[in-house]
Ligand binder design. Structure first.
Ligand code: ADP
Ligand code: MG
Length: 888
């Protein structure tokens, strides 16, 4: 190959050759994981814990001589299995589509030109350019002239990065953590080592997510309770002198009534659907349960560039020791002029030359009539400056020390010496001489909200060995002031956060004054205008947490370790923290945060890999939209949980009444009726509740706290809605019996029992209809939620109502289920269950609204209070930009 030439001069494959090889070898993609056969998956649905319980019940029913019941239970297991299978299948597909949305890119040199291609287009022989933060997309051999540190933990389990030099192999799936290098691709796609390993690991089962674990635990506990209660009632019933068959029937009924069959798949599907909606809003969740965590977010730490601002950089002014220069021109358009005194313009031209050389990977390109940045937008802006100053492009990089957020500088060695750009506070100390004027200029420029970059250079007689060696004894050429206007929608998104009780902090590597100016422009900066530099953060964790909780604090010149600490102390305060990051070193902070947010458009692969959410468009408002969808989903899951648990009570009570009355009161509903409700009429309304669209109140404080299933939910289902529905169904049942001439304890005529039983059944089905509408809101009564907003629920209710006469009339169902058409009185009573459930719900909501606030939930008001109490404490570390005492 061409490896004899110095790396910087290798041209790489010609585009035509690359296209040819791509056709020959196929795309650089891992072979798709082999999926278990759908039949196997379906089979799995028939043998999990619940299914096994139900099978056991069916066997018992056969033993007890009730084949109809046994068949019915079997049908239930099959139907439920099919339903769960379909939901999980859809959830899986949704997750898969999400993965495909995040493209991986690689920088290659082809035909002498550097370009960014989709990683699937890499071919053997391609010259890829790697730098810190990149994920290596194919197996390759490092070329001479660059050393890198590579994190190979994915393949080797070794957690410390390995130092590699020219000639060493690098493997697909590993990450460059330091340095930069060119590498020649040796294997792609299925030929990579990663493909071999992926094939092995794929056989290992995916670990369950915390949310899934929590749900499984809940469901298992409920199932166990069901079994225990069933057994207890079986014994009690035997003790009361019931026949073995009756007792068994009874135990099965109780158990089946309590088992929440459809719960898990409904939750999963709900999360998957939310994840899809988030993707449509340009937020990509990498794990389904992040949807739920997102909804719980109480604190967002956001960076500035690209997230709050547009990341459309343009140099508007240049300061040089010989005077100021105004730069004129449109966006990234290379045409423009430099205005100022001739000496200043000359100095600015020299500065522009060095600055452009320092950013060899960036440039601007015209795409469909618009000039766009390629590579880092800020570095592209430096090229625009050079073009406007009339500086020709000068290739010939000998060595490069790219930007890293700890050094906050980048430098390039070429035949004319070292060129350095970087944050002023990191570059100025390396320029000997009097810097008073430069320092004043930094202050003046950053106060205007401009991002300031210092440019310096030095003639280098010998090639420097390290960044530190290169970037010393510099001659300051001047300062560049870059404008990066805030995004238009940020102010609104910040207001939405504040109303939702979500607190904010800006955590940025930029200069404190620039950061403060932008924070003030978008309304993020709190009334106390606290701006702290990373190194001045209070050493004490409590003081730091107090400071951050003030809301609207700006932390500038932050180092990655400080970001990690910020996430940790906020979590220790009980916050659910979302933290943005884009750099190589942000990985730990992103992983530590409850929600790590990485940028899809800019940002490194390392950050994206560590993140829970990737913002495809880098926008702050996208985070807020995702939080909103997350909390809407959380609310939806609670809606259908409440709905499900309520009917459990209504189904259980008739059995309890029968047992506790020693059989004097006949069984109001049969086991098969319970199943008809669980699997028949209840199914669609539960699904529809899971699809309730987010309402404007979702983001109106206080932020939610705690678990999916908490005391409030359980109280509502088990102490309010459930009992109301159950009591009224029992009442209807008894009144129909009495009106038919039945008296206490007397044997009941079979026809009468069927009518009464049909009445109880109808009452529960209609009660569930009222329940579904009540469950649309946790706090507002039905008159305030209104009837519109969730058309799906109406379809579900229509199906529910249509199923009712089927169960009551269509032979052989009435006989099988044991319920006939209710009498006229029965109809009236059954229909009254709807308003009764509403009434109970409304009273409960009204009482709760007047009662004390739920403990543990904090409101924006209480947050502010807590914040102001800490003024004194935070004074230890907080200081105004530039060290002045007050105000910016
Ligand atoms: P932000 O939070 O705004 O994204 P960064 O950590 O990216 O901040 O940058 C911090 C500072 O480092 C910037 O204000 C700038 O002065 C300097 N800087 C950023 N990118 C580069 C670069 N590519 N080359 C040189 N200096 C840079
Ligand atoms: Mg940045």
């Amino acid at each position: 190959m061409t490896s004899a030439a110095p790396v910087s001069e290798q041209a790489g494959l010609s585009p035509a050759a690359a296209a040819e090889r791509l056709r020959r070898d196929g795309p650089n993609r891992l072979p798709p994981p082999s999926r278990p056969h759908p039949l196997l998956v379906f089979g799995g649905q028939l043998v999990h814990f619940f299914a096994l319980m139900l099978w056991a019940a069916a066997v018992l029913a056969v033993i007890a001589g009730m084949p109809a019941l046994a068949i019915a239970i079997a049908v239930v297991v099959l139907l439920n299995g099919a339903f769960s299978f379909a939901q999980e299948y859809r959830a899986d597909r949704a997750a898969e589509r999400l993965r495909d949305l995040l493209p991986l890119r690689a920088t290659v040199r082809r035909g002498g030109r550097v370009s960014v291609v989709d990683a699937v287009e890499l071919v053997v022989g391609d010259l890829v350019l790697l730098e810190a933060g990149d994920r290596i997309c194919a197996d390759a051999t490092l070329q001479d002239g660059g050393g890198v540190a590579v994190d190979q933990s994915l393949l080797t389990g070794e957690s410390l990065p390995a130092r590699l030099d020219g000639g060493d192999p690098v493997l697909a799936g590993t990450y460059v953590t330091e340095g930069h290098a060119a590498a020649l691709v040796t294997a792609t796609g299925a030929d990579t080592r990663l493909a071999g390993i992926a094939a092995i690991t794929e056989q290992a089962r995916r670990p369950r997510s915390p949310l899934a674990k929590q749900l499984h635990r809940v469901v298992r506990i409920v199932a166990l309770i069901a079994v225990v209660v069933g057994v207890l009632f079986f014994l009690a019933s035997l003790g009361l002198g019931q026949s073995g068959t009756d007792s068994l029937l009874f135990a099965i009924g109780v158990t089946v009534a309590l088992v929440p069959e459809g719960l898990l798949p409904t939750v999963t599907l709900s999360l998957a659907r939310a994840a899809q909606k988030m993707a449509a809003r340009r937020a990509l969740v990498r794990r389904l349960e992040s949807v739920e965590t997102l909804g719980a977010t109480t604190f967002i730490c956001t960076d500035k560039t690209g997230t709050l601002t547009r990341n459309e950089m343009s140099v508007v002014t240049v300061w040089t020791p010989h005077g100021d220069v105004r730069v004129e021109g449109e966006g990234y358009l290379p045409e423009g002029t430099l205005q100022g005194a001739p000496a200043a313009v000359a100095a600015a031209t020299a500065l522009a030359d060095s600055a452009a050389r320092c950013s060899p990977d960036a440039r601007v390109a015209e795409r469909s009539g618009r000039w766009m940045p390629v590579g880092d937008p800020m570095e592209a802006a430096l090229h625009v400056l050079a073009a406007r100053a009339g500086v020709p492009e000068r290739p010939g990089v000998v060595r490069r020390f790219p930007f890293d957020p700890r050094r906050r500088r980048s430098s390039v060695l070429d035949r004319d010496g070292v060129h350095v750009t970087g944050a002023p506070d990191s570059v100025l100390p390396r320029c000997p001489g009097d810097l008073t004027a430069a320092e004043q200029a930094v202050t003046a420029l950053s106060e205007r909200g401009l991002r300031v970059l210092a440019v310096a250079r030095r003639a280098a007689p010998t090639a420097p060995v390290s960044a530190d060696d290169a970037e010393r004894d510099l001659e300051l050429l001047g300062l560049v002031g870059l404008q990066d206007p805030p995004r238009a929608d940020v102010a609104g998104a910040i207001r939405a956060c504040r109303t939702a009780g979500i607190r904010l902090a800006m955590v940025t590597g930029d200069h404190p004054r620039t950061a403060a100016a932008i924070a003030a422009q978008v309304g993020l900066l709190g009334p106390r205008r606290l701006v702290v530099e990373g190194r001045d953060l209070p050493a004490d964790d409590t003081a730091l947490a107090d400071l951050l909780e003030t809301d609207g604090v700006v932390v500038a010149r932050v180092a990655p370790e400080e970001k990690l600490r910020i996430a940790r102390v906020l979590q220790a305060r009980g916050h659910v923290v979302a933290m943005t990051g884009d750099g190589v070193n942000d990985g730990p902070a992103l992983r530590a945060a409850d929600i790590g947010v990485a940028m899809g458009a800019s940002g490194s692969d390392v950050a994206r890999e560590a993140a829970d959410v990737v913002l495809l468009d880098d926008r702050f408002s996208t985070i807020v939209a995702a939080v909103e969808l997350g909390s809407a989903t959380f609310a939806n899951i609670r809606r259908f949980l409440t709905y499900h648990l309520t009917d459990n009570v209504a189904e259980l009570v008739p059995f309890a009444v029968w047992a506790l009355s020693g059989g004097q009161i006949p069984l109001a509903i049969t086991v098969l009726q319970v199943l008809a409700i669980d699997i028949g009429t209840d199914l669609l309304p539960a699904l529809a509740l899971g699809a309730e669209p987010p309402n404007p109140r979702t983001m109106r404080g206080p932020a939610r706290t705690g678990n999916l299933i908490d005391g409030r939910l359980l109280r509502r289902a088990f102490a309010v809605l459930g009992p109301a529905e159950a009591a009224f169904a029992m009442l209807a049942f008894l009144l129909v019996l009495f009106s038919g001439g039945w008296s206490w304890g007397a044997p009941v005529d079979a026809g009468l029992l069927a009518t009464a039983s049909g009445t109880a059944f109808t009452a529960i089905v209609l009660g569930q209809l009222g329940n579904a509408l009540s469950c649309r809101s946790e706090s507002r009564w039905i008159g305030r939620t209104g009837l519109r907003g969730n058309p799906l629920l109406w379809y579900a209710v229509a199906v529910e109502l249509a199923l009712l006469p089927v169960f009551l009339l269509l032979p052989p169902l009435p006989e099988l289920l044991g319920g006939d058409l209710p009498s006229p009185l029965g109809w009236v009573l059954a229909m009254a269950t709807v308003p009764v459930v509403w009434l109970a719900d409304t009273l409960h909501k009204a009482l709760r609204a007047r009662g004390p606030k739920t403990p543990g939930a904090w409101t924006p008001g209480s947050a502010r209070q807590r914040g102001s109490a800490t003024t004194v404490v935070s004074g230890t570390g907080a200081r105004q930009p530039g060290g002045s005492a007050e105000g910016t």
